[in-house]
Design a binder for this molecule. Structure first.
Ligand code: ZN
Length: 230
């Protein structure tokens, strides 16, 4: 059984990668360069993959190829705070302007195309609708519909796994602890990136970031809740 993990370099997808490595015989990773402001995550993800392969037991033998796709066209057609130097705000619909329309739909579709070529059945993504930014393409209904569409459109039986869908950020830290103990938690703190602004100059107990953008707020609040208990 094999899996392709959508690994951005962030905390959630890092935990999903460890989750997949504990379950599947062969695990490959895929990341996307879409002109994100926090491009630093692309450097961080390479470091993380190298260290994970050296220190996390299941990764030593099971971690396979990494695929990095150029989706700069997505940044070119998007007018969002994730892809341009714009202040993060909420628009009239209540969605934050960090929402990149079509992002997860494209990511999963491209991941399925790579998985098709590589003979991989499972696609693993860290989307979550419990403790999230309100992005509609992270919702369970969206993912289930996409699974049906991708399978119909490729005459395949892909399974899209979303291990974080129904847990909050504190539980995501707890999952990392269960999977790999302190070494994995420390690796996630040190070598994953979440901050929308790409800030790696400030080091907190939960990792690097500006500390105030919505992504930093979610990550730090989850960490505090996990350490201190509910
Ligand atoms: Zn931040």
């Amino acid at each position: 059984m094999s899996a392709l993990v959508l690994f951005s370099g962030g905390q959630d997808s890092a935990v999903c990668l460890a989750w997949a490595l504990a379950r599947f015989d062969r695990v490959e990773t895929i990341g996307f360069d879409y002109g994100q402001r926090h491009r630093v995550e692309l450097e961080v993800r390479r470091t993380f993959l190298g260290k994970l392969a050296a220190t996390y037991g299941p990764a030593v033998t099971r971690l396979g190829r990494d695929h990095l796709l150029d989706l700069s066209v997505l940044g070119a057609i998007s007018d969002t705070a994730m892809t341009q130097e714009t202040e993060i705000a909420f628009n009239a619909s209540g969605l934050p302007n960090t929402f990149v329309p079509g992002r997860n739909l494209l990511f999963l579709t491209f991941a399925a195309a790579v998985a098709y070529r590589r003979g991989i059945k499972h696609l693993v993504t860290g989307v979550c609708e419990t403790d999230y930014s309100g992005y509609p393409d992270c919702r369970d209904d969206t993912i289930k519909a996409l699974q049906v569409a991708v399978n119909l459109g490729t005459e395949s039986r892909f399974v899209i796994d979303t291990p974080l869908m129904w847990i909050d950020k504190a539980a995501t830290w707890a999952m990392a602890d269960d999977l790999g103990g302190n070494p994995l938690v420390d690796l996630i703190v040190e070598d994953t990136h979440t901050c929308y602004l790409g800030d790696r100059t400030q080091r907190h107990s939960w990792g690097y970031g500006c500390g105030t953008c919505p992504a930093c707020e979610l990550r730090s609040a989850g960490y505090r809740k996990w350490v201190e208990g509910p």
